[in-house]
Design a protein around this ligand. Structure first.
Ligand code: T3D
Length: 260
């Protein structure tokens, strides 16, 4: 059984984490396949949005702990795994010049929670939850957790989530501003597909530029951000989709964006 399922339909590349018996925990093979799927999403101009979800009752339980041999006495170096798998994955999700929708269908724990948070629009099933499981096993939140959490929910809540490792319900995650929206379980996938299809029919180039702007904002002064907006707006204004958007507005019709 493939650990990652990939399906392309009407501009949306749907990527499903598929190790349901392990709550879709990551092993190196799954990392490799996910990397390849995201590369496909980047390379193929027909792909204009990505939908990431999980098979079974979980979204992703982070690193597969069965892969870690802790029986010896030699120090264990996890930086290799972080440096070669998790960090490139988060960077890739953030830099992908196409919107990434994440449908968190069940529990998202450890790196699984933070990989969801690295996506552009995070939807969750009402029964889902987010667990910063790291401190439970003596680790530090990784996959961008220490960066995303304080920015999304503030330091007090970030510290509580990280130190206590308690499950945050999907509803609280929405209320706290950690994610975009919660749906009843049965509605999650249809709603996520609808949203991904809407984004796939949008001004892809403009979306890529706005991702760049928002992702840069956390590290920029207002001065630097204004300069960046000016430069990105120059690129957006030079796109075919900008001409189409303004023409459609003037002609009182729906725009047909080509993503160029
Ligand atoms: O090592 C490195 O490369 C460093 C990078 C680290 C990144 C990380 O992600 S570290 C954090 C790793 N993840 C965790 O610590 C989470 C461990 N899992 C849990 O805490 C719980 O399973 C959940 C809160 C996610 C869900 O709880 P629950 O009660 O709904 O399910 P369960 O019964 O615990 O799990 C169901 C099955 O999935 C179970 O298998 P079994 O007993 O039915 O055969 C369980 O062992 C398996 N499973 C769940 N999480 C993992 C896992 N197997 C391997 N690795 C897991 N992470």
């Amino acid at each position: 059984m493939a650990s990652i399922l990939v399906a392309q339909d009407a501009g949306v590349l749907t990527i499903t984490l598929n190790r349901p018996e392990k709550l879709n925990a990551f092993n190196p093979e799954m990392h490799e396949r996910l990397r390849a799927a995201l590369q496909q999403a980047d390379d193929d101009p027909a792909v204009r949005a990505v939908l990431l979800t999980g098979a079974g009752r979980g979204f992703c339980a982070g690193q597969d702990l069965a892969e870690r041999d802790v029986s010896g006495s030699a120090p264990i170096d996890l930086s290799v795994s972080i440096g070669s798998h998790y960090n490139p994955l988060v960077r890739r999700l953030r830099a992908l010049p196409k919107p990434v929708v994440c449908a968190v269908n069940g529990v998202a724990a450890g790196a699984g929670a933070n990989i969801a948070l690295a996506c552009d629009l995070v939807l969750a099933a009402r029964s889902a939850g987010f667990v910063q499981a790291f401190a439970r096993i003596g680790l530090v939140p990784d996959s961008g957790g220490t960066w995303f959490l304080p920015r999304k929910v503030g330091m007090a809540r970030a510290m509580g989530l990280a130190l206590l490792g308690e499950k945050l319900s999907a509803e609280d995650a929405e209320r706290w501003g950690l994610i975009w929206k919660v749906f009843d379980d049965k509605d999650l996938l249809p709603e996520a597909k609808k949203l991904a299809a809407q984004l796939a029919a949008g001004p892809t180039k403009g979306y890529a530029l706005l991702k760049k702007a928002l992702n840069a904002s956390a590290g920029n002064s207002l001065e630097a951000q204004l300069d960046l907006e000016r430069d990105l707006q120059r690129d957006a204004g030079a796109s075919e989709d900008y001409r189409e958007g303004v023409s459609a507005f003037k002609e009182k019709r729906k725009p047909t964006f080509k993503g160029k």
